[in-house]
Design a protein around this ligand. Sequence first.
Ligand code: HEC
Ligand code: HEC
Ligand code: HEC
Ligand code: HEC
Ligand code: HEC
Length: 215
Amino acid sequence: MAQIFPKWTNRLPLFILIGAAGGIIGVVFFFWYFGSPQYTDVGYQPEQPVPYSHKLHVGDLGLDCRYCHVNVERAAVASVPPTQTCMNCHSSVATESRKLLPVRASMAENKPLEWTKVHDLPDFVYFDHSAHITAGVGCESCHGNVAAMEKVHQEKPLSMSWCLDCHNNPAPSLRPASEITTMNYQPPANQLEIAMQLIQQKNIKPPIDCSGCHR
Ligand code: HEC
Ligand code: HEC
Ligand code: HEC
Ligand code: HEC
Ligand code: HEC
């Protein structure tokens, strides 16, 4: 009589077990690798209460970042502008626009617009914009070409290894103070020379010890 289950099937449970274990390891690896912040945060682009476009206001109209992010050179936080900054223009520009309804309401009711944060480090990490701007790191190095963004998204991982990559070798990311907010920056041929001068002049030494960023 032919065997219904050939002999090798005796080892089937073992194969299933090995296969399942491999599968679990694969799943764990998948989440550990692709679920790491390096992958999860890049591209994050939340909805905003107003369809404000950096591409229009910065790319086309040519506003400087510091017109709105006024504290970025002086404070840890870059801060998002108050409604009054928008109304400097929009009390006379596009006054009938439906897209600006929430802005006019915010002004009339004296209630700030509730922008959703795009970039957000965990609270146990210390970060300071002014230290980076004064040293000569341009906005573009950490936020990408914002002037081309219709809606802001996170361009860089903001992970610990990303911070450390630059802290270990800041020279390629340093620019003269006049180019801090320039987008699509084309460094001159003697960029490294300029950077070395900046590093000496300003005694630039980004922290790489734990307490530098975890205070
Ligand atoms: C006319 C005002 C204005 C100008 C000029 C402006 N921004 Fe903004 N920016 C805003 C507003 C409003 C928000 C909040 C809404 C949003 O995220 O789009 C914002 C958000 C951002 C964010 C995301 C903040 C977060 O929540 O993480 C970044 C990064 C940013 N701006 C960078 C820049 C850079 C770089 C420039 C210059 C190239 C610039 N901005 C010029 C008004 C401005
Ligand atoms: C320096 C002047 C200026 C400032 C400051 C400014 N805008 Fe504008 N904005 C403009 C101009 C010019 C247009 C184009 C108007 C048009 O297309 O008719 C525009 C267009 C817009 C539009 C699109 C309107 C539509 O109907 O298509 C929105 C939304 C907008 N701005 C939001 C904002 C917000 C929010 C702020 C503040 C963070 C702001 N703007 C600050 C000048 C400005
Ligand atoms: C060295 C990297 C780096 C540079 C350079 C940099 N940023 Fe940021 N930016 C960040 C990080 C990281 C955050 C998130 C901070 C947090 O969550 O505490 C952030 C947050 C922001 C925010 C949200 C508000 C805030 O402060 O949390 C705005 C707006 C912003 N940056 C604008 C700018 C502008 C404009 C420039 C250039 C003048 C600039 N940034 C340069 C890394 C950088
Ligand atoms: C593109 C380069 C670059 C990146 C990316 C970068 N940094 Fe820096 N960082 C610098 C430079 C340059 C300095 C200035 C060092 C100096 O002036 O001695 C600095 C200084 C600092 C300081 C010291 C500030 C002070 O007040 O003493 C801290 C803290 C810091 N960075 C945290 C971070 C964190 C956290 C991240 C990642 C979220 C980050 N940095 C990403 C280049 C960078
Ligand atoms: C240049 C800044 C910087 C330095 C220096 C630094 N860290 Fe971090 N660290 C960060 C940032 C940014 C994060 C948050 C990463 C994220 O959200 O993905 C972080 C996260 C962590 C975490 C949380 C783990 C995780 O994956 O979320 C631990 C633990 C940690 N750091 C330990 C250390 C130790 C230990 C040192 C010294 C050897 C150190 N850090 C030095 C910036 C730094």
